[in-house]
Design a protein around this ligand. Structure first.
Ligand code: ADP
Length: 256
């Protein structure tokens, strides 16, 4: 609250008027807080692999100097850490690029049928590794949406990859597209894994939010995937709906 005394003065009176200006800064504070949490989280995520790399370098320069077996093992782990850091930096860059253009709607028109086919094909090797089968169910006629091809690929790659990774024990992932002829255009990605406890569902699209940090790390997650999905969908005026039942599985629906 700002109090600004001002003299009226016009009629020669000596009355003073006080102007009170109220500004609700709770939203600004919340955004500042989120921003600094984000920087702290990102720094922490990068510092962990860096500390481990430093440890390995010191060991390779010292105790493991003449131990080829240990060297091979340590180089393998260092390679994994560097890959993890690169993935994180790529995701951070994606997020900041998306933030810059969040208010600009995409201009191109994309047919979702070949796009989803492309995403499925690119994820077959991972699915095979995890012993998961991805099924794709699409209508006959093309389903066009206004969108950016690369960004939509990123959305469906993230959702289908998560379904395979976190729903691995369900052994299958169903991807279903509906739309065309006045129907609502939707893509549903269903897994039959452990599901997400209800209290976590509203928060899993937040940056770095994970239901289980260790499980996410072991599955090569950065904790940014769904935040990127949400940003892209906002720009596409599309919504992400999450329906999950513990012990049964999860459905992520993208509604255009
Ligand atoms: P990550 O890089 O950790 O996978 P995401 O932003 O993609 O990050 O997902 C956030 C968290 O949401 C994951 O760490 C996981 O705990 C949870 N999650 C996402 N998809 C699923 C799913 N299909 N089933 C269960 N949990 C999921």
């Amino acid at each position: 609250v700002r109090v600004a005394p001002a003299d009226l003065g016009a009629d020669g009176s000596s009355r003073r008027v006080f102007l009170l200006t109220y500004r609700d800064i709770s939203q600004t504070r919340r955004i500042d807080r989120m921003r600094s949490d984000f920087v702290a989280n990102a720094s922490h995520e990068l510092r962990t692999p860096l500390a481990s790399l430093r440890g390995f370098i010191e060991t390779l320069e010292g105790p493991a100097r003449n131990d080829p077996k240990a060297q091979e093992k340590f180089f393998g782990i260092m390679h994994e850490q560097v890959t993890r850091m690169s993935r994180l930096v790529d995701d951070l860059l994606s997020l900041s690029r998306l933030e810059l253009k969040s208010h600009i709607a995409p201009e191109d028109t994309v047919d979702l049928i070949p796009l989803l086919g492309h995403v499925r094909d690119s994820l077959v090797p991972l699915a095979r590794e995890l012993d998961v089968t991805i099924s794709l169910d699409v209508p006959e006629a093309p389903v066009f949406v206004q969108g950016d091809r690369d960004e939509l690929i990123e959305v469906f790659e993230n959702l289908i990859e998560n379904a395979c990774k976190y729903g691995q024990e369900g052994k299958k992932v169903d991807v279903r597209l509906t739309g065309g002829e006045g129907k609502q255009t939707e893509v549903m990605v269903t897994d039959y894994g452990p599901g997400i406890p209800a209290e976590h569902v509203p928060r899993i699209t937040e940056r770095f939010y994970r239901v289980n940090v260790e499980a996410s790390r072991s599955k090569k997650g950065t904790g940014l995937g769904l935040a990127i999905v949400k940003h892209i969908l906002t720009r596409h005026r599309a919504r992400l709906l999450i329906h999950s039942e513990v012990g049964k599985g999860t459905v992520f629906t993208v509604r255009f």
